[in-house]
Design a protein around this ligand. Structure first.
Ligand SMILES: *Cc1c(COP(=O)(O)O)cnc(C)c1O
Length: 423
């Protein structure tokens, strides 16, 4: 007699749903069904801001139609429900970054405010005149200007890691800038202007060995890489909601627990206090100490929905899809006479910065718009980098998981059209 087969009862609650194929994701974004100047929109400006899936729009509508109230105040049902949804967005964000605790997630207005918060609290408290901050030539203005303002206020010294001709950082120069005077490295994980992915794990280890703290600007990286703040050992990691398929008006500051606990508040007001008299105020623990006033409630919930949506897709397949689009676009653009590509670092993702000799980037973008293509022409909030490249502006096509090979083909077509018009 044969033994009875083992009966395997799978626990469905432990199983992840089968991820949806990448090609089907575009349909989740209602704006991408629109036409621009008679053509279906080819949205190639996600590095500036991404389109929103219906799930994000629905989550934001739901809170406002079903149980909207202020958070952390009302004991009534609406307040409790909205507070729970807001705090659940914080937990989702913590898991998304692999933070050890949701208490390490501070909601801000955007990445810019997250960096300003660190400069104004940690920077003001722990940096002295003569202390050195290392930035890189790849930084967005959001990771330059707050440090410049701190320099004006406190006399800290800013050192800059140069970028090589291929768009990668000069790592030898970085190491030679590190010294016992270095107190902070503030570096982008991925360049918004070129797509260069920086070796931040290695840079963090070296900065820590010199005794410095590290702030990583992850505004682009969270969209195009898998980020683990504990594996990186980042002291601060910031990103912005609207580039991660979430709404604008919400950003994230992750910080190590002991560092956040030692930082004074950023702004003063409601929600961030323990006790207030006219003589003395005591403050809450992080993250609430840093969230003065009514926060971006609906937007935080929208960000949580964007993270849920991302958790429901096969992110690795989506990233592979983006890499394929980038490679194909590069190949097509290289074949066009007069195109100069600036995105050439060995490690890069999803962004293609270029120019067409003799044609101003803004003229190109205007021609592109007539053909239903959205690209960015400008300095990409990275004027020091543009100066280094010897240009005032570039054209930037950036790819997201909802883009298709057809979008890439239309990009090449549009460049050929601009060439015919202007040459
Ligand atoms: C977009 C971006 C920022 C700023 O984001 P905001 O939402 O404008 O604060 C900062 N750094 C990088 C690398 C970016 O791409």
């Amino acid at each position: 007699m044969k033994p009875a087969p083992d009966i395997i009862i799978s626990d469905m609650s432990q199983m992840k749903p089968t991820p949806r194929p990448v090609g089907a994701l575009r349909a989740d974004f209602p704006a991408l069904a629109q036409k621009v100047n008679g053509r279906p929109v080819a949205y190639l400006d996600s590095a500036a801001s991404a389109q929103k899936p219906q799930a994000v729009i629905d989550a934001m509508t739901k809170v406002m139609t079903e149980h909207y109230a202020n958070v952390h105040r009302g004991v009534y049902t609406f307040g409790a429900k909205t507070s729970a949804a807001y705090e659940s967005a914080r937990e989702k964000t913590a898991r998304f970054l692999n933070a050890a605790s949701e208490k390490q997630i501070v909601f801000t207005r955007n990445a810019t405010e997250a960096i300003n918060l660190v400069a104004a609290t940690w920077g003001e408290t722990f940096l002295q005149a003569g202390d050195e901050i290392i930035l890189t030539e790849l930084e967005h203005h959001a990771n330059i200007v707050p440090w410049h303002m701190l320099r004006v206020r406190k006399g800290v010294v800013i050192k800059v890691v140069p970028v090589r001709a291929d768009g990668a950082l000069d790592m030898q120069a970085f190491e030679s800038l590190l010294s016992s005077k270095t107190k902070l490295l503030a570096v982008t994980h991925m360049s918004n202007a070129l797509g260069t992915v920086n070796p931040v794990a290695d840079m963090i280890a070296k900065a820590h060995a010199a005794g410095a703290k590290v702030l990583v600007d992850g505004s682009q990286a969270v969209v195009h890489l898998n980020v683990d703040v504990q594996a990186l050992d980042a002291d601060f990691y910031v990103f912005t909601g609207h580039k991660l398929y979430g709404p604008s008006g919400i950003g994230v500051l992750y910080g190590k627990a002991d560092i956040l606990a030692a930082m004074p508040p950023y702004q003063g007001g409601g929600e961030m206090i323990e006790d207030v008299t006219f003589e003395r105020v005591t403050y809450k623990e992080p993250p609430y100490r840093f969230e003065a006033g009514t926060p971006a409630i609906v937007e935080a919930i929208g960000l949580g929905a964007a993270i849920d949506w991302l958790n429901g897709i096969d992110k690795d397949a989506a990233l592979a899809h983006e890499a394929k689009l980038l490679a194909e676009a590069e190949e097509k653009l290289r074949a066009i006479d007069g195109v100069r590509i600036f995105s050439t670092a060995p490690e890069r993702a999803s962004i293609l910065s270029f120019e067409l000799t003799g044609v101003h980037p803004h003229d190109m973008a205007t021609v592109f718009d007539q053909m239903g293509l959205c690209v960015r022409a400008g300095h990409h909030c990275a004027q020091p980098l543009m100066r280094k490249l010897g240009v005032t502006a570039t054209v930037r096509a950036s790819f997201a998981l909802y883009n298709s090979m057809e979008d890439v083909e239309r990009l090449a077509e549009a460049i050929l059209k601009a060439k015919r018009l202007f040459e």
